[in-house]
Design a protein around this ligand. Structure first.
Ligand code: 3PG
Length: 219
C-alpha cells in the first residue's frame, strides 16, 4: 500500500514539475504568496516547518486553494508528521532520511518523501517502501552528474526524485531532463527576502517565468 502511495505521489509531483519550498512567517503573507503562485500556474507548494506559522498556513491554504498539491516540508519529527497528516497536507518532505518517520508514514500510509544524499540511504529508504525521494542538497552534492550516478544501479527499480538545494530557474531544465526526476524544488520562488520586502511583482514574474520554462522543458 505504501509503495503504491509513493508511486502515486511521484506521478502527481511529475505533473506539477516545480515545487516552491516556502518559508512563511505568517498566514496573511503565506496566503497572498500562494494566491500569486496559484494564479501564475504553479501547481504545488511545500510549506516548511521552519516557522511557527507553518501549520496555520497549511490549514488555511487547504481551504483557499483546494486544487493546489500542498505539502508540508522540513518534517523533522513525528509531531510534524502527525500534524501535517491531520491538517490534510497532501504530502510531506524532509531534508534527511529518518527511519522512525518513514516507518510511521508507512503505518499511516502517508505520502512522505525523505531526503537522501547517498546510495546507502536510497537502499535503506527503498527497503522501507520509499519510491519518491528528495535529493538534498542537490547542487552541493555534485549536481546532475551525481544524481545520474546514484540512479544508475537502481534504474530498474522504479524510483523517483525531487532534487532541492541550489536548484534555480537557470539549472532546472538540466535536472528536469533526467527521466527519474519527477520535479524540482527550491526556495527561489517566493524567496524569503522578496516576501519581506513585499516584492510581489517580482515574485509573480519569477513564477510565470518558471512555468514558461517548465512548459518548454516538459511540453
Ligand atoms: C530545501 O529544504 O529543499 C532547501 O532549503 C531548498 O534549497 P534552496 O534554498 O537552495 O532552494
Amino acid at each position: 500500500m505504501f509503495v503504491q502511495k509513493q508511486l502515486e505521489t511521484a506521478t502527481k509531483l511529475r505533473t506539477t514539475g516545480i515545487v516552491p519550498v516556502l518559508v512563511l512567517e505568517d498566514v496573511t503573507t503565506g496566503l497572498k504568496l500562494l494566491e500569486i503562485l496559484n494564479r501564475s500556474g504553479v501547481k504545488a507548494a511545500e510549506i516548511t516547518y521552519r516557522t511557527k506559522a507553518a501549520p496555520d498556513v497549511i490549514k488555511e491554504a487547504k481551504k483557499e486553494f483546494p486544487d493546489l498539491f500542498l505539502g508540508a516540508g522540513t518534517v523533522l519529527n513525528l509531531d510534524h508528521l502527525h500534524q501535517a497528516f491531520d491538517l490534510g497536507a497532501s504530502f510531506a518532505v524532509a531534508p534527511g532520511f529518518n527511519p522512525t518517520i518513514v516507518k510511521e508514514a508507512v503505518a499511516k500510509n502517508y505520502a512522505f518523501t525523505p531526503g537522501v544524499a547517498t546510495p546507502s540511504e536510497v537502499e535503506q529508504a527503498f527497503e522501507l517502501g520509499v519510491r519518491m525521494f528528495k535529493f538534498f542538497p542537490a547542487e552541493a552534492l555534485g549536481g546532475v552528474a551525481m544524481i545520474k550516478n546514484i540512479i544508475a544501479p537502481y534504474k530498474h527499480l522504479g524510483i523517483h526524485f525531487m532534487p532541492t538545494g541550489g536548484v534555480t530557474a537557470a539549472n532546472a531544465p538540466e535536472w528536469l531532463a533526467v527521466p527519474e526526476i519527477a520535479c524540482v524544488g527550491g526556495t527561489w520562488l517566493g524567496k524569503a527576502d522578496d516576501l519581506k520586502a513585499g516584492n510581489w511583482e517580482k515574485i509573480e514574474k519569477d513564477a510565470k517565468a518558471a512555468m514558461e520554462m517548465l512548459a518548454k522543458v516538459r511540453g
